[in-house]
Design a protein around this ligand. Structure first.
Ligand code: OGA
Ligand code: NI
Length: 392
């Protein structure tokens, strides 16, 4: 299939293809991300072949197969907040078990009006239809915040997606909005208002889930949330996966875990999110009445491996663009984080070393494959111990 048969970003919305300006520029000494691979494709400078999966993991499960989705636990948030003790305990237990085994669950009765998320989704959809030079006004340097127009050039094959990665800070929102929507003050105002309201509600919801899980671990509920300081990295991203002529050979995003404490995701009705469970990929059925929660590496580490960060990925389809809106809840990125001593026992020795979120982020940017990054944080056997073992 030639690149000319691949249509542009907003084709369903009647928006024309855009010219690539400086998208593929990589500065000296810079980590060579991002490369604006989607735009290069739309410009005919790359072909679908450049996106073909080269590793072991293949996109074998179609985007619309949800056979075992029903097995995924669904937690009632209202019950977690309510006064019915039995209902609360039942939901707490199910959530804790899901966090241990799946690292993935759905939440319902979460109290966030769908409109709050849909507004962010539709505002960012509008952003995606802008000319590339406008999107690049807020381009993400070194995979940080801003526009991500594809995947890093160094990560083997390329991801079939673009995203807007937004920092949860009033000032960051203002700067982004002022840069991109300077000629549309009304829209800028709307965008800021919608985003602020989304960030506020999602942060509260994330805190609640984190605190219930922390309580479930036998710790003070605020053990981790109190580390949500001014240096915390909470962020949100709207991802756009254009339709793809060959979804059996290309991923939206290949299997990975999220680095933060947890992520709360809303996917539109198209389908494509898949989670790995006991070596098997399971398609998550889109559902407007629930959000998907997945635990990230930081939670796995801080729980000394009791909780589980879920490997997940995104499958593509030939017919429709797909959008997902995700809130990533993180804690302080500068202070060393370590496993609470209560979670270290004779039967469960310390599995992860102290680390800072910044250190882990730095590592991830340079990593080739995202799937087993958490190993970087494992306690290494001491040189003397291994020498002794060898001698025995
Ligand atoms: C992510 C992710 C899933 C999706 O951005 O980390 O896993 O459905 N996204 O977009
Ligand atoms: Ni993810």
């Amino acid at each position: 299939m030639g690149a000319s048969e691949v249509t542009g970003p907003g084709d369903e919305d009647g928006v024309k293809d855009i010219e690539l300006k400086d998208g593929r520029e990589v500065k000296d000494g810079d980590v060579p991300v991002p490369v604006y691979s989607m735009q290069a494709l739309w410009d005919g400078k790359m072909t679908v072949k450049d996106f073909e999966v080269t590793g072991k993991e293949q996109p074998t499960l179609p985007h619309n197969v949800f056979e075992q989705d029903e097995a995924l636990p669904v937690i009632d948030i209202e019950a977690l907040l309510g006064t019915d003790r039995i209902a609360r305990e039942a939901n707490m237990a199910t959530m804790l078990e899901a966090a241990k085994s799946w690292g993935f669950f759905k939440i319902r009765n979460h109290g966030v009006p769908l409109e709050v998320v849909k507004k962010v989704e539709s505002n960012v959809k509008k952003f995606f239809t802008f000319p590339m030079e406008k999107k690049l006004l807020v381009k993400a340097e070194n995979f940080s915040f801003g526009y991500i127009g594809g995947s890093p050039v160094t990560w083997g094959y390329k991801w079939w997606m673009e995203g807007l990665h937004m920092k949860v800070k009033d000032e960051a929102i203002r700067n982004m909005v002022n840069l991109v929507f300077s000629d549309d003050k009304e829209f800028a105002k709307e965008f800021t208002k919608d985003l602020t309201s989304y960030f506020g509600t999602m942060r509260d919801l994330s805190r609640l889930v984190v605190e219930c899980l922390t309580e479930g671990l036998g710790l003070r509920p605020d053990t981790f949330t109190k580390l949500e300081t001014a240096n915390a990295i909470c962020n949100a991203r709207v991802n756009h996966y254009p339709r793809c002529p060959d979804p059996s050979k290309v991923f939206g995003i290949p299997g990975h875990t999220d680095p933060q404490l947890l992520s709360i995701l809303y996917q539109d009705e198209v389908g494509g999110l898949q989670v790995l469970r006991d070596g098997k990929w399971i398609g998550i059925r889109p559902d407007d009445s629930t959000f998907v929660v997945n635990l990230g590496d930081t939670f796995q580490v801080l729980s000394n491996g009791i909780l589980h960060s879920a490997v997940h990925r995104v499958a593509l389809n030939t017919l429709r663009s797909r959008y997902a809106t995700i809130y990533f809840y993180g804690i302080d990125n500068t202070v060393p984080l370590s496993v609470p001593p209560e979670l270290v026992t004779k039967d469960r020795p310390l599995k992860y070393r102290p680390f800072t979120v910044n250190e882990y982020r730095e590592y991830l940017v340079h990593k080739q494959l995202p799937i087993d990054s958490i190993k970087f944080l494992e306690v290494q056997p001491k040189a003397t111990e291994s020498a002794t073992e060898l001698a025995q």
